[in-house]
Design a protein around this ligand. Structure first.
Ligand code: PHE
Length: 473
């Protein structure tokens, strides 16, 4: 109603010079009018200019003098025509001190031991001024009253002068806040006007945990250092041919800056090139032209096996001794996200490198690993990886989905991968790369991976989760 009144007044008269006068004339609360003005100004229906105004408000003391009279008049009236002793006068009026001072300055009283009147009749100008102030009449009495500084205080407040804004209209257009499926389907989004984001709006304070600055800094260092290997370590060293579909930008995120690596171990690169092109070590190779530019391209690593390749290469540069490696970190794939897939997730990677290891060792290690996590229902399924032979997918039973869910992939690294590194011919390596998210979903009964990790994570689910799972080894 008030909004309509403002807009109609502007339409008729062209301006509102003072919002407070406008409010009091029409009987609106000025605070309400101010809120409407701010909003109308934000949407450019009106142009509002702030005007700072002073307003005098009586203190409790000043207020009491509007009833009882000013202290000097109170003192004057307490003095009878025949005079009174100071002591007695003090008892009669509580504001004796200040009142007697002004009464003397005004020439109304003689102050000695005995107080006597010098004037017959006095006017209470101060009381009149205070009453005027109380009425909101600021007029010229203010300078006068300033000497009675305890009687009133000056408040500065803001009123607005208004003119029509560039988008002036008698009624606001309703702006759409959300683009919905219906808008898209009906095509009416083209006709709608959308509300802009207000980045200054105050948000609700979220309850819940917060990231410690050290954790954030640590994560930044990890990200800077290791999630981006070059294609050589992510693919080529793993005997993954350069035409392999996984190396396409549809599956892999390539880095723009820096787009390619500067240093690789050249003699090893040469051996990898040869094994891809023409084989060796008992292999026929792939028989294609291996390109260095392709190997140099930096990517966000698509699996933690890129780390395993680097570690095994390092191991091969020294006299051989058996090793076990373990890593757990983020990987990235350019994948469509759904209930069981994310484009950014975690892998648990393990490699055991020794002489005489078999597929039985690999199955044993994986059984043991998952048993300890509390997942005893495991199945293996033969599969193909360019870098392992044999290879096995690992499945675990998801009680919620009531089906077997793939939780990882594994195998024995191929000679085409290990031998160019320089490892001895009789050394074998069993290895696995497991999802961290999938077993977590099985263990905690989560049926949508997006609730667990990523921008749509369900904070309530995280809060409600038990601190630890009891009853597993
Ligand atoms: N790199 C494979 C994957 O991302 C997992 C794997 C690791 C398979 C080691 C075999 C050996 O799925």
């Amino acid at each position: 109603m008030a909004e309509r009144a403002i807009l109609e007044h502007l339409d008729l008269k062209g301006d509102i010079p003072d919002s407070s006068e406008f409010a009091s004339t029409l009987g609106f609360d000025h605070n309400e009018i101010v809120n409407i003005i701010k909003s109308l100004h934000g949407f450019r229906l009106v142009d509002a200019v702030e005007i700072k105004k002073d307003k005098y408000v009586l203190t409790d003391e000043g207020e009491s003098y509007t009833v009882l009279g000013s202290p000097e008049v109170q003192v004057f009236l307490a003095v009878p025509p025949e005079g009174i002793s100071t002591d007695e006068l003090k008892k009669k009026v509580s504001c004796y001190k200040i009142g007697s001072m002004y009464a003397r300055t005004n020439g109304w009283l003689d102050l000695g031991k005995q107080v006597t009147r010098k004037a017959q009749h006095v006017e209470d100008h101060v009381k009149d001024l205070l009453l005027q102030l109380k009425d909101g009449k600021v007029c010229n009495c203010v300078s006068h009253i300033v000497i009675y500084i305890d009687y009133c205080i000056c408040l500065t407040w803001t009123v607005y002068s208004l003119k029509k804004g560039p988008e002036f209209a008698l009624e606001r257009r309703r702006l759409v806040t959300d683009l919905t499926r219906e808008h898209l389907q009906s095509g009416d989004w083209e006709k709608q006007e959308f509300k802009g984001y207000n980045f200054n709006a105050k948000n609700l304070t979220l309850e819940g945990g917060h990231l410690h600055p050290l954790l954030k800094a640590r994560w930044k260092c990890i990200l800077n250092n290791s999630v981006s290997p070059c294609s050589f370590w992510n693919f080529d060293a793993l005997f993954q041919p350069q035409q392999h579909p996984a190396r396409d930008s549809h599956d892999t995120f390539f880095l723009r800056d820096p787009a390619s690596t500067k240093s690789l171990p050249e003699d090893y690169v040469e051996r990898v090139k040869r094994v891809h092109e023409s084989g060796g070590y008992g292999s026929k190779g792939y028989g294609y032209d291996w390109k260095r530019e392709e190997a140099d391209k930096n990517v966000l690593r698509t699996h933690t096996t890129a780390v395993s390749a680097r570690m095994l290469y390092k191991l091969a540069q020294q006299p051989f001794s058996p090793r076990r490696y373990f890593s757990i970190d983020r990987v990235f794939r350019n994948e469509a996200v759904d209930r069981t897939h994310l484009a950014e997730f975690h892998q648990i990677e393990g490699v055991v490198c020794d002489r005489g290891l078999t597929l039985g060792d690999l199955m044993g290690v994986l059984h043991d690993f998952f048993m300890r996590l509390g997942m005893s229902k495991l199945r293996f399924k033969p599969t193909y990886n360019p870098y392992t032979e044999p290879s096995m997918e690992i499945y675990s039973y998801h009680e919620g989905f009531k089906k077997w869910v793939e939780v990882g992939n594994s195998g024995m690294f191929r000679p085409e991968m290990l031998l160019p590194m320089g490892l001895p011919e009789d050394v074998t390596a069993i290895a696995w790369g497991l999802s961290l998210e999938r077993p977590t979903m099985i263990l905690y009964g989560i049926d949508n991976i997006r609730d667990l990790f990523g921008p749509k994570v369900d904070l309530g689910l995280i809060k409600r989760n038990p601190i630890c799972r009891l009853g597993i080894q």
